[in-house]
Design a protein around this ligand. Structure first.
Ligand SMILES: NC(=O)c1ccc[n+]([C@@H]2O[C@H](COP(=O)([O-])OP(=O)(O)OC[C@H]3O[C@@H](n4cnc5c(N)ncnc54)[C@H](OP(=O)(O)O)[C@@H]3O)[C@@H](O)[C@H]2O)c1
Length: 398
């Protein structure tokens, strides 16, 4: 069941499902506007369900009639909670495209224990936020174990080509308007109880300045989605360390303490790029500063893409993401995990990932329930599925 199918990312997810759904899989598009939902269903030859997030009985019907709900109906801070509640109540697996940390914290607190007991997988952040980050660290953990070395830290540098959705801008504005600043600043905000407190915890805060990347031989700037991805990765690792990530055995985290550091950066130039990296960092800081004011948010709403809008077909097609994760080891040679994702990161790559998570859930591949992360619930099956799409390569080098 694909909720939010009438939106920008949802429309692409519906098209992707129509292309790759295995024979015999029954699926449907869902949304609040009956005519639009029915037109989509007709185009893709699937079912149609009319449901409004503001109407609990329509959501209950939607969740009860499905084995898996995929939601692209965001901003999730406002539209997500009732959908997750309906899915937990009817023991229906769920995955979405959120990158909103306060929403993820809310559903962990409200639903993790019950979903775990029932074996219902609730998987937020099943798109470009934050599956490539999880896949990079999961692959690094596997490789470190195979080599018999201890991972000290890992750092992904992205090179991206793509556009921005109105829905993503609306979600970012929502977080800045209503998000709890303390929760947003805490690098452990999505982790279960951790051994780290106070100073040590804050020492693992988000990078705020450029660093020199030895693998690319250039300075790189902090990645604007890094704060989200770092927290999701932290949840996966901390769940695994205490034996509570159903698809990631605790043994993979041997020697990987809570002080393990995972950071994300973006490449901004081809040369050494000290100035460009500082320029990008200053620009991002200024952008975040502006969006944290009422005037800045009004300007973004006025001049940015509106909900329902997104990049052109050409940008979607020509988009590309390269993620190079350098894995620093304590007692051996460093190595690198390389990922390449074809198409616009926020749409083409994102819906490719979401649909594979959905198909894995429908095929019963989740190893357990709870409000988990996609990799902690699906592990190797998800990595294999992504590789098999042909649009997402994952390799270890060095
Ligand atoms: N993780 C990632 O990498 C990633 C990438 C892209 C997007 N996203 C996130 O995905 C979300 C959607 O993005 P988008 O660009 O597709 O946004 P969008 O075009 O604005 O789509 C939002 C969808 O939610 C639906 N909706 C709104 N209110 C509803 C209600 N009361 N009941 C049922 N459905 C309702 C809309 O229906 P109508 O058509 O009827 O308005 C539409 O289908 C955003 O939160 C964005 O941040 C994440």
């Amino acid at each position: 069941m694909l909720l939010g199918a009438t939106g920008f990312a949802g429309g692409h997810a519906a098209a992707r499902l129509a292309e790759v759904a295995p024979d015999g899989l029954r699926w449907a598009v869902a949304g609040r506007r009956a005519a639009a939902v029915e037109a989509l269903a007709k185009r893709h030859g699937c079912g149609a369900v009319v449901a409004d997030v503001g109407d609990p009985s329509s959501l209950a019907g939607l969740a009860e009639s499905a084995r898996v709900v995929l939601s692209t109906a965001g901003p999730f801070a406002t539209l997500g909670p009732p959908v997750v509640e309906a899915c937990v109540a009817s023991q229906t697996h769920y995955a979405d495209l959120t990158g909103e940390v306060p929403f993820m914290r809310e559903i962990i607190d409200r639903h993790h224990l019950r979903a775990k007991e029932q074996g219902t997988a609730i998987l937020p952040a099943a798109g470009f936020d934050s599956v490539p980050a999880e896949v990079a660290v999961w692959t690094a953990m596997q490789e470190a174990r195979r080599r018999g070395v201890r991972l000290e830290s890992a750092r992904t540098v992205y090179r991206l080509r793509g556009g921005l959705n109105g829905g993503t801008l609306a979600s970012a504005i929502g977080i800045l308007e209503h998000g709890d600043r303390k929760l947003l600043a805490d690098p452990f905000s999505l982790a279960p109880d951790s051994a780290l407190v106070g100073e040590e915890r804050l020492a693992l805060g988000d990078p705020a300045r450029p660093v020199f990347d030895p693998t690319g031989g250039r300075y790189v700037a902090p990645f604007f989605m890094g704060a989200i991805n770092r927290r999701v990765v932290r949840r996966m690792i901390e769940l695994a360390r205490v034996g509570k990530a159903p698809a990631v055995p605790a043994v993979l985290c041997d020697g990987l303490g809570p002080w393990f550091r995972y950071d994300e950066f973006q490449a901004v130039s081809k040369g050494r790029g000290w100035l460009a990296a500082w320029g990008m960092t200053a620009l991002l800081g200024a952008g975040a500063g502006l969006l944290s004011t009422g005037v800045g948010r009004r300007l973004a709403k006025r001049f940015g893409p509106a909900p329902g809008e997104g990049p052109s077909e050409e940008v979607l097609r020509q988009g590309l993401t390269r993620g190079v994760t350098t894995c620093f080891v304590e007692d051996g040679e460093n190595f690198v995990v390389r990922q390449e994702m074809q198409g616009d990161p926020g749409n083409t790559a994102t819906v490719r990932i979401l649909v594979e998570v959905g198909l894995a859930l429908a095929a019963g591949e989740a190893k357990g329930g709870g409000v988990l992360t996609p990799v902690s619930a699906l592990g190797e099956r998800l990595v294999e599925r992504l590789k098999a799409t042909g649009g997402h390569s994952i390799e270890v080098q060095g």
